[in-house]
Design a protein around this ligand. Structure first.
Ligand code: 5AD
Ligand code: SF4
Length: 434
């Protein structure tokens, strides 16, 4: 009988993909199968995120709970970004943990489980060309890494300290993975990296052919069976005209763009070391809207960054007003160890930041109400990828709106024309146009 693996995944899509890689390696090489029941697991993995403080502080209480629930002899492994940044401090605070495996050390998972105690958190480790075993949570949509690490030095961000410097994965490996995924039925490819449109700046093999992210998008779009391509995250700084034009003109590239703004104030952007101004961001977003009227634009915004004045915050609201984002992920600034901003002496009071977050979210609700009204009776091509427990079939339009219909299971994995009959803020409800 196979051994059992219980895995919890926090954080971003990169972490989700890392978990898929660990599940696959453990299945193929160590005979583990995933279980949803912690009490029958032989191995418990927590794949952590450290981008904000909260999940990190919860980690140790969670380890305590898992330790009580686990069966005799079961191992506990802490992986991911918090493993990278805390290193052997994890053992000191939680001696019951058997191994600590950093975010860039995923390929060592099989070594880790064979030892009583193991640690590997080297952020210079290069696994960009490692041939991982295959496993995908969702057979309709294939996540594919195109780079590891991040070369930016955003002053609020811990990621360069947990995932190390940026290395692009050779295009041939990416295209092969897309081909395999498409042969197995995935019509949608989701390309992943911390900074995808910086692709091609550094490969681990210096002989690799020169290419940028636009070239990569075009190559992946030529793979037979691939119908849709999405990606995350691009950086507004690298949204040059070539990139915008490739995005708009390649029909397989889905028309939804994530443009992480962080702040609308040029002086705060400089303090964050984002490399662009309010004007540049607006220029790119509005150009994109002009080139592609159907595009949906999502963003990340931080409120309460050190030194954020009322005027800075108004700049953020102004960008929201001008761009009218279809989706915003908004966060209260959280000081992180190892980052420059944690040392800034002009931290914003927590209540002020909370109030701003509320104002921003209220404003976004109003914007979304306006946007969703315009969607009544519109028709979208929707790729159905999930049958929900309430019996609704869920999928995404080309421009990333969540669409739900009362449908049949055999429509999973199909792209269908849907007319929207009931648009809500977070989901559009509709029916098939035959
Ligand atoms: N505090 C709050 N939010 C942060 N993010 C990154 N670092 C921090 C931090 N220290 C947000 C950014 C990023 C998203 C993934 O998380 O908006 O784009
Ligand atoms: Fe969290 Fe960032 Fe690591 Fe993703 S890369 S898991 S968001 S800290």
């Amino acid at each position: 009988m196979s051994k059992k693996l219980y895995i919890e995944t926090l954080g971003c899509a990169m972490n989700t993909r890392d978990s898929e890689h660990m599940i696959a390696e453990l299945h193929d090489k160590e005979d583990y199968d995933v279980t949803p029941n912690i009490d029958e697991a032989d191995l418990i993995l927590i794949n952590t995120c450290s981008v904000r403080e909260k999940p990190v502080s919860k980690l140790f209480s969670e380890i305590g709970v898992f330790n009580k629930k686990k069966k005799e002899g079961a191992k506990i492994g802490v992986c991911g970004c918090t493993a990278s940044h805390l290193g052997d401090e994890v053992f000191k605070r939680a001696p019951e943990v058997n191994f600590v495996l950093g975010a860039r050390n995923v390929s060592k998972i099989t070594q880790a489980v064979r030892k009583d105690k193991f640690i590997s958190t080297d952020i210079d480790y290069d696994e960009s060309a490692y041939a991982f075993s295959e496993f995908r949570n969702n057979p309709y949509k294939a996540f594919i890494n195109i780079s590891i690490g991040c070369d930016k030095k955003c002053t609020y961000c811990i990621v360069p300290h947990t995932r190390g410097e940026e290395i692009s994965i050779p295009a041939d490996l990416i295209v092969n993975e897309a081909r395999k995924a498409a042969q197995n039925g995935a019509k949608e490819i989701f390309l992943l990296g911390q900074n995808v449109n910086n692709y091609g700046r550094r490969f681990s093999m210096s002989t690799h052919e020169k290419m940028d992210f636009s070239d990569l998008l075009n190559r992946v779009s030529e793979v037979e069976g691939v119908e849709r391509i999405r990606f995350t995250s691009p950086h507004p700084l690298h949204m040059d005209d070539k990139f915008l034009e490739t995005f708009v003109n390649n029909p397989k590239v889905c028309k939804s763009m994530h443009m992480p703004l962080q702040s609308g104030s040029t002086s705060l952007l400089e303090k964050m070391k984002r490399g662009y101004t309010k004007e540049w961001f607006l220029n790119r977003a509005l150009k994109l809207r002009a080139l592609c009227p159907d595009v949906s634009i999502s963003t990340d915004i931080i409120v309460g960054f050190p030194g954020e004045s009322e005027a800075d915050f108004q700049d953020t609201l102004d960008v929201m007003e001008q761009v009218k984002f279809e989706q915003i992920f908004s966060f209260k600034y959280s000081p992180r160890p190892l980052t420059k901003a944690a040392e800034f002496t002009d931290q914003v009071e927590s209540e002020v930041a909370s109030k701003r977050l509320q104002i921003l979210q209220d404003k976004q609700e109003k914007i979304l109400d306006e946007i969703s009204k315009t969607r009544l009776n519109k028709e979208y091509m929707v790729y159905f990828e999930e049958l929900r427990s309430n019996g609704m079939l869920a999928g995404k339009s080309d421009n990333n709106a969540l669409v739900q219909i009362k449908g049949k299971e055999e429509w999973l994995g199909k792209t269908m024309r849907i007319k929207i009959t009931n648009p809500k803020r977070l989901s559009l409800y509709g029916e098939v146009v035959f």
